[in-house]
Write a protein that binds this ligand. Structure first.
Ligand code: ADP
Ligand code: MG
Length: 245
């Protein structure tokens, strides 16, 4: 692949007090690549994702997104964050706002878009996730899967260069998972650069270009899905995968 690295993490360390949670992470994600991050609970997956948009401040090391160093003390972090969409396990929609208002508010506040433009972009992105007919609904009237698709549309409305997903389907009833994964699959097909923490091994196998297995704050394996899921080189990876079945 010849495209530039869109996300570049160099020797990243993160401690909470005396607890070193990330112990030297090196990771490059090229433009248009989909990387799934798997690993046991507490291995540092969320912390890694949160360091990639500086929701957590690394203790040591560097993070670059689109060639800009986020860990440079002089960086305009708000400007960089606009280029990074994030979707969490909990959808974090504003309950007192309609679906459309959830999508227009951040565009207006952060990107300073006018009312009409923000509404147009909101409508386009609701259409993309298959929820155009829910524009005037309130979050509480939607299923969990629909709320998560609204959260994805809200992130997309900001026009991000990369999308980070932290277990986006883990809070959903099993029958609602498929619709959310279908939207993520569509984004992958459109060439979005994506970093996805997930336990959905079928999605990882079918959609990811690479799978990264983390354990104890380090990357144990990094390779194609066929390598890491299909034919893991390390006992720790095999043990983790066997417990998912
Ligand atoms: P994962 O997402 O793989 O389950 P996390 O990154 O959430 O793992 O957590 C890794 C470790 O870091 C855990 O031991 C957790 O308790 C600790 N940790 C995460 N966030 C914080 C925080 N804000 N303060 C203190 N400890 C934290
Ligand atoms: Mg986590």
């Amino acid at each position: 692949m010849t495209s530039r690295p869109e996300i570049h993490v160099k020797d990243l360390h993160k401690s909470f007090g005396a607890n070193e949670v990330l112990k030297g992470i090196d990771l490059e994600i090229r433009q248009g690549e989909v990387v799934c991050v798997i690993g046991p609970s507490g291995s540092g997956k969320s912390t890694l994702l949160r360091c990639v948009n500086l929701l957590e401040e690394p203790t040591k090391g560097q993070v670059f997104v689109g060639g800009t160093e986020l860990t440079d003390p002089d960086v305009d972090i708000d400007a960089v964050r606009r280029r990074i969409g994030m979707v969490f396990q909990q959808f974090n929609l504003f309950p007192h706002l309609t679906v459309t208002e959830n999508l227009t508010l951040p565009q207006r506040r952060v990107l300073k878009r006018g009312k009409a433009e923000a509404a147009k972009v909101a409508a386009e992105n609701l259409e993309r996730v298959g929820l155009a007919e829910k524009a005037s609904a309130y979050p509480a009237s939607l299923s969990g899967g629909q709320q998560q698709r609204v959260a994805i549309a809200r992130a997309l409305a900001m026009g991000p260069e990369v999308m980070l997903f932290d277990e986006p389907t883990s809070a959903l009833d099993p029958e609602l998972v498929g619709d959310v994964l279908a939207v993520m699959r569509m984004l992958a097909d459109e060439g979005m650069t994506m970093m996805v923490v997930t336990h959905e091994m079928t999605f990882a196998r079918e959609v990811a270009d690479r799978v990264v297995f983390m354990d104890g704050g380090v990357i144990v394996e990094d390779g194609t899905p066929e390598q890491v899921i299909g034919n893991p080189a390390h006992e720790r990876t095999r043990h983790f995968l066997s417990r998912l079945l």
